[in-house]
Design a protein around this ligand. Structure first.
Ligand code: CTP
Length: 403
C-alpha cells in the first residue's frame, strides 16, 4: 500500500452503468496511489462499459457483483461490506442510479449497499445533458443532497453522446480531491453543528407571504466551511435562493415555527450557528383561502410574535449547545445594538453586520462583520462571504477544541 492523504481509508466504489465508467479505472489508480483501499462494486449495466477483470486488476481486490452470492455472504455479508468503508463513492452516478438512491430501491447489490450503509456517501453524476436538466433528476438531486449525499460535478463540456452541457462526470483528480476533503480528519471531526440559514416565509393566505431579503448565501458558506473542517452539519434552511451546501444534512422549512421545531429536534449539538433571518412576526391567523378585494375596504393583518429560536436555545438549562452563535442585522449603532442583543438573547457570540442598503451586504457576495463575545468586539475587514465563513469556522474549531 502506498502512503498518502488517504492511507488507511477504505472506499467502497460503486460503478454505475454509464460511458464514464471507463474513467473509474484511472480513478481507482489515483485513489490507491494516495494510500486508499478500494473495494469495487459493479452494477450489471456497468459491465457493458468496463470489464470486472480490468476493475479488479487495478483495484487489487475482487469485484463485488452479486446480491445473492452465498460464498461471499458467508465470508462478508453485504451489510457488513457497506459498513467497513470510510466512504461509499458512486461513480458514475447515472440518472437511473440516482433515481433508485433517491427512492430507496434495493434490488441489486449496489442499491442494497447504499440503503444499508451508515457511512458517508459521495456521488459523481454522469449523464446526457437533457437527462441532467430533467426535473426528475433535479428533484432526485435535491432529495439526495437533503439526505447528506455529497456531490462532485458534473462538469460542463463535450459529451460522449455528441451534445454539450453539464452532465460530464468530474475528472478523476477532481473526485480524488473531493474524497480527500471528505475524509480529512479536520479539527471539527466528530463534532455535530447546527446551522440555520435563509429567510422564513410567513403566510398571509395560500398565495401570499411575508418574507425578507436574505439570500442564505452566508449560511450556506458557513455550513460548507464547517463541513470542510470535518464537522457533521445539520443545515436548517428557509426558502433561500442560495445553492445548498454539500455533504451536510439539509432540512427545508418555510416558517419560523417550522424552523424552531426542526432545530429542537436536531439537538443535541456541539454548536449552533443561527444565521437565518427569521421573521419576528407572523400573521396571527393566516387565511385558508385567498383574500379577495372587496368593497368593504382594505384587509387588516394582525400579527403574532414568532418564537425566538436563538434565545430559546441559548437559554436552555438542559442540553444547551456548548457554543451558541447568533447573528445581528443592524442598520444603526451596530456594535452597541449587537452587544446588548448578545446579553438579551443569552448567546455566546454575535456576528453583527451592517445591512444598511448602501453597504450592499444583504443579498450581496461580501460581508463586513463585527464578532462580539464576552471579551468585547472585534471588527473584521470587509471580505467575501466565503472568507467570513472560513474565519468563523476556524474560530469555532479553536473554541470547541479548547473545551
Ligand atoms: N433569531 C431567531 N429566531 C427569531 C428571530 C431571530 O433565532 N424569531 C435569530 C437569528 O437567526 C439571528 C438573531 O436571532 O441569529 C437575530 O436576532 P433579531 O432579534 O431578530 O435581530 P434582528 O433581525 O437584527 O432584529 P431586531 O434588531 O429587531 O432585534
Amino acid at each position: 500500500m502506498q502512503m498518502g492523504k488517504l492511507t488507511g481509508k477504505r472506499i467502497l466504489l460503486i460503478i454505475g452503468g454509464g460511458i464514464a465508467a471507463y474513467k473509474c479505472l484511472d480513478l481507482i489508480r489515483r485513489l490507491r496511489e494516495r494510500g486508499a483501499v478500494v473495494s469495487p462494486v459493479m452494477t450489471r449495466a456497468s459491465e457493458e462499459f468496463v470489464t470486472p477483470l480490468s476493475v479488479s486488476a487495478l483495484a487489487g481486490e475482487e469485484v463485488h457483483r452479486d446480491l445473492f452470492d452465498l460464498t461471499k455472504e458467508a465470508e462478508m455479508g453485504h451489510i457488513q461490506l457497506s459498513r467497513v468503508a470510510d466512504l461509499v463513492l458512486v461513480a458514475p452516478a447515472t440518472a437511473d442510479l440516482m433515481a433508485k438512491m433517491a427512492n430507496g430501491h434495493a434490488n441489486d447489490l449496489a442499491t442494497t449497499l447504499l440503503m444499508a450503509t451508515d457511512t458517508p456517501v459521495m456521488m459523481a453524476p454522469s449523464m446526457n445533458v437533457r437527462m441532467w436538466d430533467h426535473p426528475a433528476t433535479q428533484r432526485n438531486l435535491m432529495t439526495l443532497q437533503g439526505d447528506g449525499v455529497a456531490v462532485v460535478g458534473p462538469n460542463e463540456g463535450d459529451m460522449a453522446c455528441g451534445e454539450y452541457g453539464p452532465g460530464r462526470m468530474a475528472e478523476p483528480m477532481e473526485i480524488v480531491a473531493a474524497v480527500e476533503t471528505a475524509l480529512a480528519d479536520g479539527p471539527l471531526h466528530g463534532r455535530r453543528i447546527l446551522v440555520t440559514s435563509g429567510p422564513t416565509h410567513e403566510p398571509i393566505d395560500p398565495v401570499r407571504y411575508i418574507a425578507n431579503r436574505s439570500s442564505g448565501s452566508q449560511g450556506t458558506a458557513i455550513a460548507n466551511a464547517l463541513r470542510s473542517l470535518g464537522a457533521e452539519v445539520i443545515f436548517v434552511t428557509g426558502p433561500a435562493e442560495a445553492a445548498r451546501p454539500t455533504g451536510v444534512q439539509i432540512i427545508e422549512i418555510e416558517t419560523a415555527q417550522e424552523m424552531r421545531d426542526a432545530v429542537l429536534s436536531s439537538l443535541p449539538v456541539d454548536a449552533g450557528v443561527f444565521a437565518a433571518a427569521v421573521a419576528d412576526w407572523r400573521v396571527a391567523s393566516a387565511s385558508r383561502s385567498k383574500i379577495k378585494k372587496t368593497k368593504a375596504g382594505l384587509p387588516v393583518l394582525e400579527f403574532a410574535e414568532n418564537p425566538d429560536i436563538l434565545a430559546e436555545v441559548s437559554q436552555m438549562t438542559d442540553g444547551r449547545p456548548g457554543l451558541v452563535v447568533g447573528f445581528a442585522a443592524e442598520t444603526d449603532d451596530v456594535v452597541e445594538n449587537a452587544t446588548s442583543k448578545r446579553v438579551r438573547k443569552g448567546c455566546d457570540w454575535i456576528v453583527a453586520n451592517d445591512v444598511s442598503p448602501e453597504t450592499g451586504i444583504m443579498g450581496g457576495s461580501e460581508n463586513a462583520v463585527v464578532l462580539i463575545s464576552e471579551d468585547g468586539s472585534e471588527a473584521w475587514p470587509r471580505m467575501g462571504k466565503d472568507a467570513v465563513a472560513a474565519r468563523l469556522a476556524d474560530r469555532i474549531a479553536q473554541t470547541l477544541g479548547a473545551v
